[in-house]
Design a protein around this ligand. Structure first.
Ligand code: B16
Ligand code: MG
Length: 221
């Protein structure tokens, strides 16, 4: 039987809800380009890197963009996004998350962040939550984004624990795939349709607690 040694968190949609800001920033860019972008399409972008998200949005039309144009568009989106996340405060931590992070710390269970966002360190600072995490994976050093397991495997390696001793928590389908491919126990937050393969699904972060995680983790191992 495995002992739970670490919990590896996604950021957007698990620790705080920056998804709305990503949506608004992409929507403003898509409007400028006259692209038919909407909330349904935005779902495909959750957990996906900035450049891959841009490629998906640009694929809504046949127009060909040079790498330099794409780079400028990604910078533009990020400038709009950064203005929004500047206003984040600790009150923007999702329900139950601070309590869970404190419970994990008290129990000696290690924690890491595995976010696809290059803005993650800034957001953690705004949330005043960086001190709760033992390690924040530097996404700039990750070659393959979610659903590839690399970011979760890197988190486990940095914490010095085996993937099978870890729980990963995600709100996006690509993220759940990444956790499972890493050989970890996958907890999905949100819409069950996207989460089908997760080991445990909660509808809100408010349901998360150390006892819930530990009892379900034990049942599987
Ligand atoms: P940035 P996560 C992801 O965060 C978001 O879900 C995704 O929508 C975004 O495109 C990606 O980060 C990159 O973010 O533009 O700030 O580098 O869910 O992996 O925490
Ligand atoms: Mg997410």
């Amino acid at each position: 039987m495995q002992t739970l040694k670490a919990v590896i968190f996604d950021l957007d949609g698990v620790i705080t809800d920056t998804a709305e800001y990503h949506y608004l920033a992409w929507d403003s860019l898509a409007n400028e380009l006259g692209l038919p972008f909407d909330r349904q399409f935005n779902e495909k972008l959750k957990g996906v890197s900035r450049m891959e998200s841009l490629e998906l949005i640009l694929s809504l039309r046949d127009t060909v963009y040079t790498d330099e144009q794409k780079h400028r568009l990604a910078v533009k989106k990020n400038e709009v996004y950064k203005e929004m996340i500047n206003k984040i405060t600790p009150a923007d931590l999702l329900p139950g998350i601070e309590n869970l992070l404190m419970e994990l710390r008290e129990a000696g269970i290690r924690t890491a962040l595995a976010s696809a966002s290059k803005n993650a360190p800034f957001i953690l600072d705004r949330l005043e939550a960086a001190h709760y995490l033992d390690h924040v994976v530097d996404v700039n050093m990750i070659a393959s984004g979610k659903p590839d397991p690399e970011i979760f495997l890197t988190g486990a390696a940095r914490l010095g624990v085996e993937p099978t001793q870890c729980i990963g928590i995600e709100d996006a389908e690509a993220g759940i795939q990444a956790i499972l491919a890493a050989g970890m126990y996958a907890v999905g937050v949100g819409a069950p349709a996207q989460m089908q393969k997760a080991d445990l699904i909660v509808s809100s972060t408010a349901e998360l607690s150390l006892s819930l995680l530990q009892s379900n983790f034990k049942k599987k191992s």
